[in-house]
Write a protein that binds this ligand. Structure first.
Ligand code: NAP
Length: 239
């Protein structure tokens, strides 16, 4: 049977690229998405199974997990890519709401999906399956302006280590920390050039660099609990 991979947030950018590349390689894909986009339509036209939903709270995450399991009873890997990113709001009630949203998508959803779907991951001790959490280099070195986003990505990274212990030896659990792969629309020119200036490789990365890291993890049957930066050296700065 064709091995199948689940990708969350597959309707745009890195998630859409990962799902498309898995299809290129002959994997079945279950693409989770929230908003309708041209990218998700293209994935569906290529045979991806779709599961729509927003990771709002435990009930919503559980419902999405059950529909993912129904769409793909046997999984080779789960890629937790869905994410929300914004600077922390200035006033406390707005920041508290952001914190809950970040927690839901970065920590609660991976926790519930992994717990529900572990039995559907088709790994063995000799050929373990994969859970891959996409975190951020800022999980280790938080940006004060985005502290709530960073804190919940750090929480996701910590969950990776706990899940690596819990699911060994049948499932490997690793994290990838992207650096600058794309800018947000609200990033101004000064910010963009400062980021490139502080990145040793001196350019933006590509979604394909993240896919290369995903596939390298999947190809390695003796790697679990690892946290892998794919950042052009951005976490180091230029020194
Ligand atoms: N791009 C970069 O430079 C960069 C840098 C560091 C880390 N990363 C990490 O790499 C991953 C992909 O980044 P990206 O730039 O491709 O992200 P993106 O363009 O912001 O896409 C995020 C995806 O997550 C979905 N999502 C957000 N909140 C959700 C929720 N509550 N419920 C369900 N889905 C939700 C979005 O759905 P909608 O389309 O409906 O909003 C979208 O599909 C993320 O984990 C991100 O943190 C990226």
């Amino acid at each position: 049977m064709q091995p199948c991979v689940a990708v969350t947030g597959a309707n745009r950018n890195i998630g859409a690229h990962l799902a498309a590349r898995f299809l290129d390689e002959g994997f079945g894909v279950v693409a989770h998405y929230r908003s309708e986009t041209a990218a998700i339509e293209r994935l569906a036209a290529r045979g991806a199974r779709l599961v729509r939903g927003s990771f709002d709270d435990a009930a919503a995450c559980t419902d999405i997990a059950e529909r993912l399991a129904a769409a793909a009873p046997s999984l080779r890997a789960i890629i937790h890519n869905a994410s929300s990113f914004a600077p922390t709001a200035a006033d406390i009630p707005a920041a508290a709401t952001q914190f809950q949203d970040f927690f839901a998508v970065h920590m609660l959803a991976p926790y519930i999906l992994n717990t529900h779907l572990a039995a559907h991951l088709d790994g063995t001790p000799e050929a373990p399956a994969d859970i891959i959490h996409i975190t951020d280099i800022y999980a280790d070195n938080p940006a004060p302006a985005q502290d709530l986003y960073c804190a919940t990505k750090a929480g996701l990274q910590n969950l990776s280590l706990a899940f690596a212990k819990r699911y060994a030896p049948r499932i490997k659990v690793n994290a990838i920390q992207p650096g600058p792969i794309s800018f947000e629309a609200w990033h101004d020119e000064n910010h963009r050039s400062a980021v490139l200036e502080a990145t040793p490789l001196g350019r933006m990365g590509s979604p394909e660099a993240i896919y290369a890291a995903v596939r390298a993890i999947m190809a390695n049957d003796y790697q679990t609990g690892a946290v892998i930066p794919v950042d052009g050296g951005r976490r180091l700065g230029r020194g």
